[in-house]
Design a protein around this ligand. Structure first.
Ligand code: BES
Ligand code: MN
Ligand code: MN
Length: 462
């Protein structure tokens, strides 16, 4: 391993420059006006995979954005690691809230990143984290210290639901044959508190439309006499949670796995400061389901949030009107063993039942995803744990995350493979937000830790 780590040390600057190049491409998957850039990013990445010595490198077209594939099969008796990541990014707006251009990366120091952080859309989610694997594998190949076969599958549609990747995975089971899936697309507790993500929440996402009168009405002539869809929508939304902030949808918690007191107390060992948490997002206090800690609310408990709400007049000045329509987008984060489809159905039934006469309700489901867990006694987890211990000098803490990567449950279902989530981001890195950034320390620490994973995984696999 010494040669690998030496190679990393000698090439740090170039690794960073190459990442900057990728970050300059606005590969926004949600906005079709950026399709050319998404394609360009896929091609740049595939060039890089060729340069580091991978074979069978291919940009697979899909009905949406392409999937980049490449492999290094050195020895059929070695275990195979399938690295998954995404090169697409979230839209950068609102642009005016960025301190620098989201697609012109700059390095600046922050309180939590005294060695500097790269500010750009996708810096942490997920170009910076995905690229750590490319460079770690380059280092292992160059130093002749690769101990596992490796396959890369980097998609361009993670931020829009990975629909075409699902098709690809089902069609390419042989190509994707491996022993473990390795992903860096999550976070860790702090730069001096390494942790490994052992769970992801699932997702059910719906859009609701309420229709009242067949046209916008004069709010003087009709006010007080007909149901106003915005008033009604607010009322219906408020009924989705009770005073204990538990979700009221009948059956919502039926399949939720209840953790034992022992498991909960173990979870409670992870360092967490409510003061720092509140301070970092400028709120006076936390808010959530009664009977659970903030850590629990955001990981082992499901949640329901309105993501957007609109309707009526929002222009300048006043327009006295009762709108005909009101809309909202609502997400529900799910935990094992909740089923996104079932939850969407339960939501639709209950939400519709809340509407009074005089308004019509339409619920449209969007893409969802199943939750996932990585057992801490699996070879994959143990190898990751050893790797962190080597590079951080500390045993990592297992932590369940609140975020979702729906494809992880799909990998298990379709390929029969577990995923190890070696994330190096911090919650404060502002992913999906203005001024997203990724620590330079984190980028290099990831590149340094990944080869240790390969080393341990090959040993533990025998
Ligand atoms: N990388 C994130 C998910 C994530 C971030 C998990 C941090 C854990 C910690 C991923 O790119 C993402 O944003 N996922 C979406 C779901 C998707 C269906 C749009 C999410 O969680 O909202
Ligand atoms: Mn991501
Ligand atoms: Mn994301």
């Amino acid at each position: 391993m010494n040669n690998t780590q030496a190679f990393i040390n000698e090439n740090k600057e170039r690794f960073l420059d190459e990442l900057m190049e990728l970050l300059r491409v606005p590969s926004i998957s949600a906005d079709s006006s950026f399709s050319q850039d998404v394609q360009k990013c896929a091609e740049m990445l595939s060039e890089n995979l060729k340069e580091i010595g991978l074979t069978n490198v291919e940009v697979f077209p899909t009905d949406g954005h392409p999937i980049v594939y490449g492999e290094k099969i050195e020895n059929p008796s070695w275990p195979t690691v399938l690295v998954y990541g995404h090169y697409d990014v979230q839209p950068a707006d609102p642009l005016e809230l960025w301190d620098s251009n989201p697609f012109n990366p700059v390095i600046k120091k922050t309180e939590l990143h005294p060695q500097g952080a790269i500010f750009a859309r996708g810096a942490c989610d997920d170009k910076g984290q995905m690229f750590m694997h490319v460079k770690a594998v380059e280092a292992m190949i160059s130093s002749g210290e690769l101990t596992c076969n490796v396959k890369f599958m980097i998609e361009g549609e993670e931020e829009v639901g990975s629909e075409n990747l699902s098709v690809f995975v089902k069609e390419q089971k042989e190509l994707l044959n491996a022993d473990i899936i390795l992903v860096s697309d999550t976070g860790m507790l702090a730069n001096d508190v390494p942790s490994i993500t052992t769970g992801l929440r699932g997702l059910s996402y719906v859009e609701v439309e309420l229709t009242g009168p067949n046209r916008d009405l004069h709010s003087g002539l009709y006010g007080g006499c007909v149901a106003n869809p915005i008033n009604i929508l607010c009322d219906m939304i408020s009924k989705l949670q009770n005073e204990d902030l538990a979700v009221t949808i009948p059956g919502f918690y039926d399949r939720v796995e209840n953790l034992s007191e022992k498991e909960r107390s173990e979870m409670g060992q992870a360092p967490f400061s409510k003061e720092d948490y509140c301070k970092s997002i400028d709120i006076e206090n936390v808010h959530g389901e009664k009977g659970f800690t903030t850590m629990e609310r955001g990981s082992i408990r499901p949640s329901l949030d309105v993501n957007g709400i609109w309707g009526g007049y929002t222009g300048e000045g006043a327009k006295t009107v009762i709108p005909s329509k009101a809309y909202a987008k609502i997400s529900m984060r799910l935990v094992p063993n909740q089923d996104p489809e079932e939850i969407t159905n339960l939501f639709t039934q209950y939400f519709s039942s809340l509407a009074p006469e005089g308004v019509k309700v339409k619920v449209t489901p969007h893409h969802g995803g199943e939750p996932a867990v990585t057992p801490v006694d699996s070879i994959g987890y143990l190898a990751a744990s050893e790797a962190y211990e080597k590079s951080f000098g500390k045993k990592p803490i297992p932590v369940r995350s609140g975020g979702s990567i729906p494809i992880v449950a799909m990998f298990e279902k379709e390929l029969g493979l577990k995923t190890v989530l070696m994330g190096f981001g911090l919650d404060s890195d502002a992913i999906h937000s203005p001024n997203e950034h990724y620590g330079v320390f984190n980028f290099f620490k990831g590149i340094e830790t990944i080869p240790y994973f390969f080393e341990s995984f090959s040993k533990l696999s025998n």
